[in-house]
Design a protein around this ligand. Structure first.
Ligand SMILES: Nc1nc2c(c(=O)[nH]1)N[C@@H](CN(C=O)c1ccc(C(=O)N[C@@H](CCC(=O)O)C(=O)O)cc1)CN2
Ligand SMILES: NCC(=O)N[C@@H]1O[C@H](COP(=O)([O-])[O-])[C@@H](O)[C@H]1O
Length: 222
């Protein structure tokens, strides 16, 4: 997509009915802040999508909360700056979130991706990025909210599960859904084999959901 092209957003109206079918012109790459607690494979999927020209965005910073998280190693390998904000160092969730907001502002972040951020966040962070923060979750919400979603699905006996990208709100895993992908649950699945199958879909839909959000956030009315 050239910078001078226009986008008919009718095609994304399914994602957000608030978008009317008007012509828009895409603007500069969306400046992303990514938050992670562990492995960082979704971080890497976003970085790869940007490098492959599938996502008009830049990763300004990775914020992580667990020392030694592999996500920080992946960020270094991709030349992305990372900041450790260890939740254990803060007296309250609000104090941690104020520091997160300060850090994201310092790196000029416009849109926040929770890519395996395993801490509940407060209104402090949500208010700082209204409708500009998304989360990837390893189930077909509203089924199996919270942590251990994969284990919940396996224990429930469902034959189909998957992953969801949603806008963030204070109530956990309850924000407006942007995109979902389904995977089968196989008879011999363990939590590990099922999660691996889900993550293949996570890595596919997260960049797509950001791209849609980028069209929505970066579009300027012509
Ligand atoms: N206010 C919100 N915060 C977060 C949301 C959200 O929708 N609203 N999504 C989560 C991501 N997530 C599931 O997708 C999730 C992550 C963590 C937890 C949780 O209970 N965390 C515990 C600590 C668990 C641990 O450290 O192992 C906690 O914070 O006390 C629930 C859901 C991100 N945050
Ligand atoms: N409730 C939140 C939650 O369970 N999130 C999940 O954490 C994993 C992080 O993987 P990654 O570190 O390899 O991107 C992902 O599967 C994501 O859906």
């Amino acid at each position: 997509m050239s910078q001078n092209s226009t986008i008919d957003v009718a095609s994304v109206s399914l994602i957000s009915p608030m978008i009317s079918s008007q012509k828009f012109t895409p603007s500069a790459p969306l400046k992303l802040g990514i938050m992670a607690s562990g492995n960082g494979s979704n971080f890497e999927a976003v970085a790869q999508a940007i490098q492959d020209g599938q996502l008009n965005a830049s990763i300004q910073v990775l914020v992580y909360n667990n020392p030694g998280a592999k996500a920080a190693v992946r960020a270094a390998n991709w030349g992305v700056e990372s900041v450790l904000l260890n939740h254990r160092d803060y007296k309250s969730r609000e104090d941690l979130d104020r520091r997160i907001v300060q850090t994201l502002r310092q790196y000029d972040v416009e849109f926040v991706i929770m890519a395996g951020w395993m801490r509940l966040v407060t209104q402090v962070l949500i208010d700082a990025f209204p409708e500009q923060m998304i989360n990837i979750h390893p189930s077909l919400l509203p089924s199996f909210k919270g942590i251990h979603a994969v284990e919940q699905a396996l224990a429930s006996g469902v034959k189909i599960t998957g992953c969801t990208v949603h806008l963030l709100c204070l109530e956990v895993d309850s924000g407006p859904i942007l995109m979902q992908a389904a995977v089968p649950v196989l008879p011999d699945d363990t939590a590990e084999t099922l999660h691996a199958r889900i993550q293949l879909q996570e890595h596919r839909i997260l960049p797509q959901a950001i791209a849609l959000a980028a069209q929505r956030q970066c579009l300027t009315l012509v």
